[in-house]
Design a protein around this ligand. Structure first.
Ligand SMILES: Cc1ncc(COP(=O)(O)O)c(C=O)c1O
Length: 426
């Protein structure tokens, strides 16, 4: 027995590399202080989740002839009807009517997160490189870290758009270092992004496609469109990589989800891939992980899409989130955050507001400002987590998804108060 205690448990590379996910720290902070108002969690609003609709549809699905089939295992790739419905939703976007996909180009996953994870697993080995935006979705950066893959930021222009000349220079530099063969994918969040809330203009996307076409290797592009359906007033006009001719010869993956715009806890997402061989590789992994996403939740989503209730629901919640964004934006303004040199864009969709503090202002976890916010009862995501290189330190990600109107105003007040105190103490 004593000897067993002395023996060191040998973990895999993955087990060794993985440390506590950032999100776990943030949740622990929130849970240990129930008075804390969280602008950190990227959750949707409980008050706006479709509980009545789902209750009704569960009954309807159960009543269908052969309804119990939904409680049986389904297909590894997902329900054919839902995969068909996904193509219908995509091709309803302007300019995407002629999308050339059939249901065999679609995989239904446990949230889009699973698609992102599996895609990275089939494309990358430890030591490989994935090009990411600056900033990028921090949970994906952690996935890369866990898999031993190095995220490298694509340079950006002053207005936050990708810098194509800078990207070319970066790829040339990596090639000179002998790392070109290590670059295995480019990942981008193109609609109301997490965390920046930006959308990638179609011209930028096309020019990026042209640049990638000119490379002497085929670089897979992962387009993450998690927030595409969650615009406030009108859809962002850019077409997806699935429709743009510049991407026709590139390996492309397009990840989407029903967790943000519909029922978060059902955890149903999807991935579309014109290259059936690449999708087949992903399906092989999925087949080993869980051999299919929950059939029952898929059936519910399939039904609401097909009878139009999904679209009706989206029409209701889009202004709801637009209103919440406005509440947070106005409250930050009214409390005087901009006067202290902070800047942020007003999002046109999504759940997040990305704010930049003056240079030198440190928002990192563990910084005096971070602790001051906790003491004042408000939580945010430190922006450095969203940068592949771990800096700069002067950004925060604020979510307006979870809190109700009054608590959003109060959270903004507490946040700005902490900023004011930090400025006074500086
Ligand atoms: C940009 C982005 N992509 C993907 C996901 C994964 O979402 P889900 O697995 O719930 O579909 C999230 C979740 O927050 C996200 O923000």
């Amino acid at each position: 027995m004593e000897q067993a205690v002395l023996k060191k448990l040998r973990y895999s590379g993955l087990g060794e590399r993985l440390t506590d996910p950032v999100i776990v720290h943030l949740m622990a902070n929130a849970l240990s202080n129930p008075d804390l108002l969280s602008l950190a969690a990227g959750f949707t609003d409980n008050a706006a989740l479709p509980i009545d609709l789902v209750r009704q549809v569960v009954g309807e699905v159960a009543e269908l002839p052969g309804g119990s089939e939904c409680l049986q295992y389904g297909m590894n790739s997902g329900r054919p009807g839902l995969r068909e419905a996904v193509i219908g939703l995509l091709s309803a976007y302007q300019g995407e009517q002629s999308i050339e996909l059939d249901q065999d180009h679609v995989l239904i996953s446990n949230g889009s997160q699973q698609s992102l994870y599996i895609a990275t697993q089939v494309l990358c080995d430890p030591g490989d490189i994935v090009l990411v935006e600056k900033p990028s979705y921090f949970v994906y950066l952690e996935v890369l870290k866990g898999l031993g893959v190095r995220p490298v930021s694509i340079p950006t222009l002053a207005d936050g758009r990708i810098d194509l000349d800078g990207l070319r220079t970066l790829i040339d530099r990596l090639s000179r270092n002998g790392d070109a063969g290590r670059i295995k994918a480019l990942y981008m969040v193109t609609y109301h992004a997490n965390p920046s809330s930006r959308c990638m203009p179609e011209d930028d996307k096309r020019n990026l496609g042209k640049l990638l076409q000119s490379l002497d290797f085929a670089l897979p592009v992962i387009e993450d469109a998690a927030y595409r359906d969650l615009f406030f007033e009108k859809p962002f006009s850019a077409r997806s990589i699935l429709s743009l001719p510049e991407y026709a010869d590139l390996p492309c993956l397009y990840a989407g989800t029903f967790t943000k715009p519909f029922a978060t806890g059902m955890k149903v997402g999807y991935c579309c891939c014109p290259d059936k061989q690449l999708l087949g590789k992903m399906l092989n992994v999925k087949g080993q992980q869980d051999f299919g996403t929950a059939n029952f939740t898929q059936a519910i989503i399939e039904k609401v899409i097909n009878d139009g209730r999904y679209e009706n629901f989206l029409r209701e919640i889009r202004p709801h989130y637009g209103h919440k964004m406005q509440i947070l934006h106005n409250a930050l303004k009214e409390e005087g955050l901009a006067e202290m040199g902070w800047k942020w864009d007003v999002p046109a969709g999504g759940l997040l507001l990305w704010a930049e503090a003056p240079e030198g202002f440190d928002t990192r976890m563990g910084s005096p400002f971070y602790h001051a916010c906790i003491d004042d009862g408000v939580l945010y995501v430190p922006g450095d987590y969203c940068f592949a290189e771990g800096s700069p330190f002067n950004y925060v990600r604020l979510s307006f998804g979870v809190l109700d109107e009054e608590r959003l105003k109060e959270a903004a007040k507490r946040f700005v108060l902490s900023v004011r105190l930090a400025c006074q103490n500086a």
